[in-house]
Ligand binder design. Structure first.
Ligand SMILES: Nc1nc2c(ncn2[C@@H]2O[C@H](COP(=O)(O)OP(=O)(O)OP(=O)(O)O)[C@@H](O)[C@H]2O)c(=O)[nH]1
Ligand SMILES: [Mg+2]
Length: 214
């Protein structure tokens, strides 16, 4: 690891252990906060571990609500990082929940698509992929949406504690191959486990880097 990376990781660690607070929930676009500060959004299938990852990043268990029931997060949830405010984290509603009613799915598509297309302050999306499953069709739909909206994104594998190291290496490679030709994708994949803390310092640094560059 380069010295620059070590510095960034330490700076990110400090920032994420400082003040972080839930700002608001936006069930529709009317409720979005002003674009006064940069944002990083967490996207991914329902139950992939978005809320858990947010909690692991911020070292606060109850910050984002986690659940065994898929489809728990239905709104865009905004969290303010730093005092004075440095940037915002956005917990997005999960997609791909098979039992979701059609009107909920339709509402989700409009909300997410409009948010992604209209948000100059959104510097990067983190797309979470369950390391046991890899990139599925519903994930590709999300990546198409991001490529279409020209929102830069990065893939984060979750729940790495649930599979063997050899399987993890294989799914990481397969995921890298799957996104190679996608225009808005960052080529490097971050492997994480909220449960074990794996990849969390690196993810904090990646978040900080994406909100501070330009
Ligand atoms: N073993 C393991 N379990 C995890 C990890 N991350 C999340 N989980 C579990 O996966 C389930 C779903 O986690 P959530 O964080 O609520 O998932 P989500 O993506 O926010 O789900 P929605 O809000 O419904 O879209 C919970 O039971 C978590 O405890 C992990 O790193 N390892
Ligand atoms: Mg959630």
């Amino acid at each position: 690891m380069t010295e620059e990376n070590t510095d960034l990781i330490e700076e990110a660690r400090k920032l994420f252990s400082g003040p972080i607070a839930f700002l608001k929930s936006a069930p529709t676009l009317d409720f979005l906060p002003d674009m006064d500060v940069n944002e990083v959004a967490f996207a991914g299938r329902s139950n992939v571990g978005k809320s858990s990852l947010l909690n692991a990043l911020t070292n606060r268990n109850g910050l984002a609500r986690t659940s065994n029931t898929p489809g728990r997060t239905q709104e865009l949830n905004f969290f303010d990082v730093g005092v004075p405010l440095q940037f915002r984290l956005v917990d997005m509603p999960g997609y791909g929940y098979a039992k979701a009613p059609k009107d909920v799915v339709r509402k989700w598509k409009f909300l997410v698509n409009d948010y992604l297309r209209g948000r100059a302050s959104l510097k990067r999306a983190l797309v979470l992929i369950d390391s046991r499953h890899g990139v599925k069709d519903v994930d590709n739909d999300m990546l198409d949406m991001l490529d279409g909206a020209a929102v830069s994104y990065r893939i984060v594998l979750t729940k790495a504690d649930k599979i063997k190291a050899s399987e993890l290496a294989a799914v990481t490679q397969a995921t890298a191959d799957a996104i190679r030709k996608r225009p808005a994708a960052h080529p490097d994949i971050i492997v994480t486990s909220s449960e074990k803390g794996m990849g969390i310092p690196q993810l904090r640094a990646a978040v900080l880097q994406s909100v501070t560059q330009g």
